[in-house]
Design a protein around this ligand. Structure first.
Ligand code: ADP
Length: 506
């Protein structure tokens, strides 16, 4: 870890605070209300809550604490917009709307990236990737809006059978805090392309970028077609997932809450798409290009400070290269700069909240108590300039039992457990020996190894010689307890439509 030692910690801390205050003044959304029926309104609760800057600990903004009555209002507004306006939108009009949404975000991409960095703590260089992907996903789904067609089914001469892909009407979406605007775009894109109106709830930790989006597209999206209710999970998320007039629910977050959302949905037979936790294996074969493999491993676990549901958090390195690979990996991890996320040179920012730091540190303690060996990290940085922030050092843990809680459960932080392997079948059994199945990585120069491992891994997304790459059009979603359904691809639009079959007798 290297920070600029030429100035004192006090000076650097004060520079961080000034930079954050000034950036916040430039990029915070003007409106902090709920966005319902195209209006900025107050919550029925009469209450607000604060969203904090995880780098400085300061309050960034107060937003409305939405409750069940607000969800009711938003669902009514969405149905009115669907019935009166959006159900008449042609596919060409939906395409034009989504394209314009992409253009509006692109026009302000630096402001959106800065806002995301302030609210979530992600490094600005990574926040820019998020915003480019937001633009790309809106454009992709603008295209899909025109290409998502029904079928004519051949039977015999006695009839003609056709199918239509009809929207559900009003859908509910619940968003996590790790990629706030990108996760919203992953859900809004296909829902709007399919012709639905939406009620969407951002995470309480990071509500600001979605509010800013609605400010920017207020004149693009017809009133009531997208409604945003900020608020806590229990107060606003739960009423959304149990609402009888929501016809489809999409949720990204923890497996525990995903299961609750699914149970609520069951009451009204509401369709669900769930993108949940992960504990993804990354397998290094002895023939891997070591230099590239080390860099890919760093990306796999430390991108977004490890706050990625698909993070490559369990590393399996072949014994023939173990020593050299782990030496290089630990060196590379130690070179990562943990610093103010608004600085271009920063590799890791703070975690999103103090609660998330405690959560990560408690897993680190569990590993420590089991006598695991720490190759690097395992603590909070000893840098007074970062003392008010939610920082955790990049951590690599070795010699830990695969059944340990820290290995089996999702940590959602910059922590990777490392295992050595020699026998392929034994390694693959361990790689698949978790409840999750979101993603996996394979690092090898041998195409047979790559194909074999990709086939054997129980996961929805396999990256070969790359990791955390999310181009629009590539389906994303999990096996096992990592979820149901796929996002970011044409298939996602299927999840927002219902098939109507029409059988004409001839
Ligand atoms: P994390 O544990 O990482 O914060 P959660 O799964 O708790 O992730 O949160 C993801 C999203 O789900 C957030 O928008 C949160 O407000 C929402 N949420 C939390 N609890 C519930 C619930 N009981 N019902 C519906 N949504 C919820």
């Amino acid at each position: 870890m290297s920070v600029d030692d030429s100035s004192s910690a006090t000076e650097r801390k004060s520079a961080i605070n000034q930079r954050h205050e000034q950036t916040a003044n430039e990029v915070l959304p003007e409106h902090r209300g709920l966005y319902i029926g195209g209006e900025w309104v107050q919550s029925a609760s009469g209450e607000t809550f604060e969203t904090r800057d995880p780098t400085t600990g300061d309050t960034l903004a107060s937003v409305q604490a939405g409750v069940a009555a607000d969800i009711d209002r938003a669902v009514d507004a969405a149905w009115a917009a669907y019935d009166d306006v959006y159900s008449d939108y042609s596919t060409a009009e939906r395409q034009a709307m989504l394209s314009e949404m992409a253009d509006r975000v692109e026009a302000k991409k630096e402001a959106f990236a800065n806002l995301e960095s302030l609210d979530n703590g992600k490094p600005i260089t990574e926040a820019r990737i998020d915003i480019s992907l937001v633009v790309d996903h809106f454009r992709y789904f603008a295209g899909v809006a025109r290409a998502h067609e029904g079928e004519t089914v051949e039977t015999d001469d006695s009839r003609t059978v056709q199918t239509y892909n009809e929207p559900y009407g009003v859908v509910g979406q619940i968003i996590p805090w790790n990629f706030p605007l990108l996760m919203a775009a992953w859900k809004l894109g296909p829902a709007l392309a399919a012709g639905n109106a939406v009620v969407i709830k951002p995470a309480e930790e990071t509500p600001l970028s979605l509010l800013k989006l609605m400010e920017e597209v207020d004149d693009v999206v017809p009133d009531g077609v997208v409604n945003v209710v900020t608020g806590f999970g229990e107060d606003a998320g739960a009423p959304l997932s149990s609402h009888p007039d929501i016809r489809k629910l999409a949720f990204t977050g923890s497996t525990v809450v995903g299961s609750e959302v699914m149970q609520s949905a069951a009451e009204h037979i509401t369709d669900v798409t769930l993108e949940l936790g992960g504990k993804s294996p990354l397998i290094v074969f002895p023939d891997a290009d070591l230099e590239k493999a080390v860099q890919t491993t760093i990306t796999a676990i430390f991108f977004n400070t490890g706050e990625c549901c698909c993070a490559g958090s369990r590393l399996f390195v072949h014994e023939d290269i173990e020593e050299e690979f782990l030496d290089r990996l630990a060196d590379a991890a130690e070179e990562l700069e943990l610093n103010d996320p608004l600085l271009e040179s920063t590799d890791l920012g703070p975690k999103v909240t103090e609660e998330q730091v405690e959560n990560t540190m408690s897993y680190i303690e569990t590993a420590r108590e089991s006598d695991a060996r720490f190759l690097t990290g395992g603590d909070q940085p000893d840098d007074a300039a970062l003392a008010d922030g939610c920082f955790v050092t990049p951590t690599l843990i070795n010699e830990i039992d695969h059944n340990n809680e820290a290995v089996q459960e999702e940590i959602f932080g910059p922590v990777q457990e490392v295992f050595t392997w020699s026998e392929y079948d034994e390694m693959m059994e361990l790689a698949n020996d978790v409840d999750y199945g979101l993603a996996a990585g394979v690092l090898t120069e041998n195409v047979t190894n790559a194909h074999r491992a990709a086939r054997d891994l129980e996961a929805g997304n396999i990256w070969v010689n790359t990791y955390n790459d999310f181009p629009a059009g590539q389906p994303f979603g999990g096996y096992k307890k990592s979820g149901i359904g796929r996002e970011t691809a044409q298939e996602a639009v299927d999840h927002y439509t219902q098939t109507k079959t029409v059988n004409f007798s001839l």
